[in-house]
Design a protein around this ligand. Structure first.
Ligand code: DGL
Length: 263
C-alpha cells in the first residue's frame, strides 16, 4: 500500500493526484481530524503527531509513506526519515523543484499555514537552488477554515485571497507555490487574483509525479504495494464537512473509516 497522511482530509488532494497517475496502486490514507489543524501547532507537537501517523500507516501495510500535509512535511520530514527505514516522500521538495524550473525571474511566492511559513523550509530549499532568487512568503491562516466550510467561491473568500496575495503580486512573483493541502481547492480563485501569467504550482500533482518515477525505477518496492487491492481512508474523527470535502476532491463518495489511530 501507499501510505498517505495529513492532518485532515485536505491531503486527499494528494491521494487523488496519486490515484489519477497510479490507478492500480492502492493507498491507505490517514487524516488526523481529531487533532487538526496542525498549521497552528508547535513544531514539537506536529513531529509527535507525524510519528504516530506513520506508525499507524505502517501497521496498515504501507510500504512507502507520503507526508501530504505541508505543515507536517515542513517540520517532521527529517525525523521520520531518521526513525523509519522506508521511503518517505513529502509535498515540499517536488513543489520546490517544479517552482525552480518554472521561474524565469527567481521571484517565487509561497503561501501556507503559520507552521509551514514559520519553518522557513521553502525559502531554504528554493535558495539552495537559486541563491540569487527572492522568496516572498505569506501565512494564510484563514484559508483552511474557509475551505473546510466549503466557502470556495464565496465573495468573502475572494476578498481574503486578494488580501493575502497582494504583497506577492506587488513583489512581482512569476511563480506561486500552493504550500498547503487545502489550497488546490482554491486554485481557480487564486490564479485570476495573482495574475494569469504567474505559474501556480500545486504540490499534490508534483508529489504524484515523483512517486510514479520512483515506483518505475524501484520494481522491488512496486512489487510490495498490493497492486489491484482497494484503497482505504481512515480518519481520527468524522464530520459532515470532512465527508463533503472528501467527496468534492474525489468527485465521488468516499467512505471515511473512523479510527482511534492505534487500532
Ligand atoms: N494539512 C495542513 C497543511 O497542509 C493544513 C491544515 C492544518 O493546518 O492542519 O499545512
Amino acid at each position: 500500500m501507499i501510505g498517505i497522511f495529513d492532518s485532515g482530509v485536505g491531503g486527499m488532494t494528494v491521494a487523488r493526484a496519486i490515484e489519477k497517475l497510479l490507478p492500480s496502486y492502492p493507498t491507505v490514507y490517514f487524516g488526523d481530524l481529531a487533532r487538526a489543524p496542525y498549521g497552528s501547532k508547535s513544531s514539537e507537537r506536529i513531529v509527535q503527531y507525524a510519528i504516530d501517523n506513520t506508525k499507524f500507516l505502517l501497521g496498515h501495510g504501507a510500504k512507502v509513506i507520503i507526508i501530504a500535509c505541508n505543515s507536517a512535511a515542513s517540520v517532521a520530514s527529517d525525523t521520520l526519515r531518521a526513525e523509519f527505514d522506508i521511503p518517505i516522500f513529502e509535498v515540499i521538495s517536488p513543489a520546490v523543484r517544479q517552482a525552480v524550473a518554472a521561474s524565469s525571474t527567481g521571484r517565487i511566492g509561497v503561501i501556507g499555514t503559520r507552521a509551514t511559513i514559520r519553518s522557513g523550509v521553502y525559502e531554504k530549499m528554493i535558495q539552495a537552488s537559486i541563491p540569487e532568487g527572492k522568496v516572498i512568503s505569506s501565512q494564510c491562516p484563514l484559508l483552511v477554515p474557509l475551505v473546510e466550510e466549503g466557502w470556495l467561491d464565496r465573495r468573502e473568500t475572494k476578498m481574503v485571497l486578494r488580501h493575502y496575495l497582494h504583497p506577492l503580486k506587488m513583489a512581482k512573483v512569476d511563480t506561486l507555490v500552493l504550500g498547503c493541502t487545502h489550497y488546490p481547492l482554491l486554485a481557480g480563485n487564486i490564479q485570476p487574483r495573482i495574475g494569469k501569467n504567474v505559474r501556480v504550482i500545486d504540490s499534490s500533482e508534483a508529489v504524484a509525479v515523483e512517486l510514479r518515477d520512483f515506483i518505475e525505477n524501484n520494481p522491488e518496492i512496486a512489487a510490495k504495494l498490493n497492486r489491484g487491492k482497494d484503497s482505504s481512508y481512515y480518519v481520527s474523527d468524522v464530520t459532515d464537512a470532512a465527508r463533503k470535502i472528501a467527496a468534492r476532491i474525489f468527485g465521488r463518495k468516499i467512505e471515511l473509516i473512523r479510527t482511534d489511530g492505534d487500532d
